[in-house]
Design a protein around this ligand. Structure first.
Ligand code: NAD
Length: 448
């Protein structure tokens, strides 16, 4: 594929200023919404082939999120795109000040495989809402879903406005040689660094939505049953292949055993059977093998059954886990839940603070002091108190990482801002300004 030509065509289209028209942007979003809704069945089938998941699961974790984001922009875009009137300081009077949200130009979106529809289309929606042209590179790993996305977009959108390029490392490396006005990447921290380096060559700004080991801390002041129910749901949805899933639990020593029993009870209750459509399979053999090796069989509290044929890994809880165990080194990204115990809350929090900043963090506690300490002293992308993952379902909140878990954010107005330049314009009158401004700076002027 001739990427240079594709990008040049997009730039040419951008220069026609058609994407600046709010009506044009809304029309494109409505078209995308209809495309997704008319082809839900094809998307459900593709996800089923990639993950063995039910249509219900795909609706709640992918399609409904896209619908919600498009609805948000259809409702709020005119307001978001309006120039903002600002206060003007004395030295600039008479005059007026405004901030214009200007589209950046031609942007590249690179998606991850774990929620392959929304992680590709959600950033693209923000980019379109902000008035850009878009090149989308979905993950090649969720192969069937990638092909459906490619067909839908490329058959219904003009390539000089919105186009899907497919491929793996080789193709992405080629695409990254081109100059973009923004790169929005979702994926691993390791590849995030490659993207950042490629972007730096052209001074291209980036949003990096990366991963990390997101902790769930459960203290003696938590409602243990609620904590277990919510953690089990968040950890095992999509078989743990969720960037904001609780990676591990840090449980207060005196309630740990009691809490483990609740975890087991909810795993049983939620009925994550092999072959069930309500439980995803591991995406590929490489990840399956990696995950099986992380299960220390001597530490299994619950689960541990696996099947290479269906790439099934039973929800597995590991007990008596230490910080230096293999499973605590890298992001797990699968249905293995290590439980580490702690004695003193502050000590545990101080330990967490020494690790890389995670994409998410969750505290289960009803103790105001613990809640305050968690909020004020611990840095993470975003998170919840007494829940997991639900913060990202609120489009009033920004979604993104910090430090090793990424930079920049999106969702709702934050997505619009990620793909806009805030252009400041001071509009002066032709009269009325202090004489001191212009040289020569005579003694008389300086004494004024
Ligand atoms: P990945 O980094 O392997 O791949 C992501 C994208 O980068 C894919 O499109 C892939 O084709 C491309 N890519 C891979 N290697 C490349 C290279 N050498 N050069 C250029 N491009 C390359 O990530 P993944 O396995 O798809 O996703 C899993 C990771 O993503 C996890 O760490 C997870 O936490 C993270 N993630 C983060 C978010 C978030 O919103 N922050 C969401 C989902 C996943």
């Amino acid at each position: 594929m001739d990427y240079t030509q594709l990008i040049e065509n997009q730039r040419e289209f951008f220069r026609t200023h058609q994407t600046k028209d709010i009506r044009f942007r809304k029309e494109q979003l409505i078209k995308l919404q209809k495309l997704v809704s008319d082809n839900e069945k094809a998307l459900y089938e593709a996800i089923h082939k990639d993950f063995g998941k039910s249509a219900f699961d795909t609706f709640t974790t992918e399609i409904s999120i896209i619908n919600k984001e498009i609805k948000y922009f259809l409702r709020n875009l005119s307001q978001l795109a309006k120039p903002e009137r600002k206060w003007t300081n004395l030295a600039n009077l008479p005059g007026s000040s405004r901030v214009y949200s200007e589209p950046l130009g031609t942007v590249l979106v690179i998606g991850a495989w774990n929620y392959p529809i929304q992680l590709s289309l959600l950033p693209a929606i923000s980019a379109i809402a902000a008035g850009n042209t878009v090149i989308l590179k979905p993950s090649e790993i969720a192969h069937h879903t990638m092909l459906v996305i490619q067909n839908l977009i490329n058959q219904h959108f003009k390539p000089d406005f919105f186009h899907v390029c497919i491929g793996g490392v080789e193709e992405t490396t080629e695409i990254l040689k081109q100059k973009f006005d923004k790169i929005f990447f979702t994926g691993s921290t390791q590849v995030g660094k490659i993207i950042y380096e490629a972007a730096a060559k052209n001074l291209t700004p980036v949003v990096l939505e990366l991963g990390g080991k997101s902790p769930a801390i459960v203290t003696a002041d938590a409602d243990l049953e609620v904590a277990a129910r919510r953690i089990v749901w968040g950890k095992f949805i999509n078989a743990g292949q969720t960037c904001v899933a609780p990676d591990f639990v840090l449980a207060e020593e005196k309630i740990k055993d009691h809490f483990l029993d609740y975890l087991r009870d909810y795993i049983k209750k939620f009925d994550y059977k092999a072959g069930s459509e309500h439980y995803a399979q591991i995406i590929n053999d490489k990840n399956y093998t990696r995950l099986v090796q992380l299960i220390d069989r001597g530490k299994i509290y619950f689960g541990g059954n696996t099947d290479p044929g269906t790439r099934y890994i039973e929800p597995t809880v590991l007990d008596n886990v230490n910080w230096d165990d293999e499973v605590m080194r890298e992001e797990i990204f699968g249905p293995i839940l290590p439980v580490v115990s702690y004695k003193y809350f502050r000590e545990a929090m101080n330990h967490l603070a020494q690790l890389e900043k995670p994409l998410a963090a969750y505290l289960f506690s009803n103790n105001p002091e613990e809640i305050k300490f968690f909020k004020d002293n611990y840095s993470f992308g975003g998170g919840c108190i007494n829940d997991v993952m639900m913060h990202l379902s609120n489009d009033a909140l920004p979604f993104g990482g910090v430090g090793n878990s990424g930079m920049g954010n999106y969702h709702g107005k934050y997505g619009f801002e990620a793909f806009s330049h805030k252009k400041a314009v001071l509009h002066r009158k032709n009269w009325g300004e202090p004489a001191i401004k212009y040289p020569p700076y005579t003694a008389k002027k300086l004494s004024l």
